[in-house]
Write a protein that binds this ligand. Structure first.
Ligand code: 2RA
Length: 336
């Protein structure tokens, strides 16, 4: 299969290539696409070298699928051009997610929506993906009324500049290094917590918070689910963590919740408080699953559960989810 990876040199693009290789996606020809200044450079995929090509050359080569991770504006401009040429696009930006004609897919939940006619398919936001993978099996059983979520998000969600800021601040504090580093955030991130991810909207929430609200309803195909979110950046690189409070329509049995999660696709239950075992980004790093733990009843109101969800945001939150969509399309013969 001919595969284009648009934004191949970024943090997510690099992870896309790694995940495509690891999962043995049947790539017969790779077309890495990056900004004009990178055209002609070589990248290595499965031990072979591939030259970075331009957008126009990638379209002319007619790949079966193009996985985009190049930001919203690039996607708004170029995804339709790929689609018009008959190339299926899986897009990791927020550009198409809430477009009612574009599917927003987490394969464990709603891949059944996909048809051969879907030429632009949206990959959800990282913090949404890991939450819905854990919520969906519980929603099927007990019906979710309301979710209150607070996130603890890795700097890798911002990109390489933020990782450099964190490492630069740390090197300065620990080793007294004086090397310059970029500021991805307005404030220091090391030894700090920043309660802002993305820009503020008129309602006082950030764009990241409203992504969690709106994308959850779309993916779970239920507008009645009420979600309220506070999204926070922390000085961590391994993955995003989420504290989630869920009110159900009906009562639940805690052991049954454990069983549902332990058997849910893509979920790993790590919930053994007697041995201090719970999910942490250090353990989720470089793993494809969503880890869930700290399951307990909210004792302040009926039918309500507290849980803790952790996942590697560059993998299940971005690259792995996109590659799983590609795998589903390939398996069902929905490409080309
Ligand atoms: C973040 N959700 O962590 C974003 C990345 N898509 O900033």
């Amino acid at each position: 299969m001919k595969v284009a990876v648009v934004g191949a040199t970024g943090l997510v693009g690099t992870k896309m290539l790694q995940v495509l290789a690891e999962r043995n996606f049947p790539v017969t020809e790779l077309l890495p696409v990056a900004s004009e200044r990178s055209v002609g450079k070589e990248i290595v995929f499965k031990g072979n070298k591939f030259k970075v090509v331009s957008m126009d050359d990638a379209i002319a080569a007619k790949p079966h699928i193009a996985i985009f991770s190049a930001g919203g504006n690039t996607s708004l401009e170029w995804a339709p051009k790929f689609a018009e040429a008959g190339i299926t696009v899986v897009d990791n930006s927020s550009a198409w997610r809430m477009d009612k004609d574009k599917p927003l897919i987490v394969p464990e939940i709603n891949a059944d929506l996909l048809t051969r006619n879907d030429k632009i398919i949206a990959n959800p936001n990282c913090s949404t993906i890991q939450m819905v993978v854990a919520l969906n099996p519980l929603h099927q059983k007990y019906g979710i009324k309301r979710v209150v979520v607070s996130t603890y998000q890795s700097v890798t969600g911002t990109g390489v500049k933020a990782v450099d800021q964190l490492n630069g601040e740390r090197a300065k504090a620990v080793k007294g290094e004086t090397t310059e580093y970029p500021m991805a955030y307005k404030y220091p991130i090391d030894l700090n917590v920043i309660p802002q991810i993305d820009v503020f909207l008129d309602n006082g929430y950030t764009k990241e918070e409203m992504k969690m609200v709106n994308e959850t309803k779309k993916i779970m195909r239920d507008d009645s689910i009420r979600v309220t979110a506070t999204t926070v950046r922390i000085p961590v690189v391994g993955g995003h963590s989420e504290s989630v409070n869920i009110e159900f329509s009906s009562d639940f049995d805690l052991q049954e919740v454990r069983d549902l999660l332990a058997n849910a696709p893509g979920v790993v239950l790590v919930d053994d408080t007697a041995n201090a075992l719970y999910p942490m980004p250090k353990d989720a790093h470089e793993r494809d699953e969503v880890f869930v733990g700290r399951l307990r009843r909210d004792e302040t109101q009926p039918n309500t559960l507290n849980m803790w969800i952790v996942s590697d945001n560059l993998r299940k939150g971005a690259a792995t989810n996109a590659v799983q969509i590609a795998e589903y399309l390939a398996e069902k013969g929905l490409l080309g």
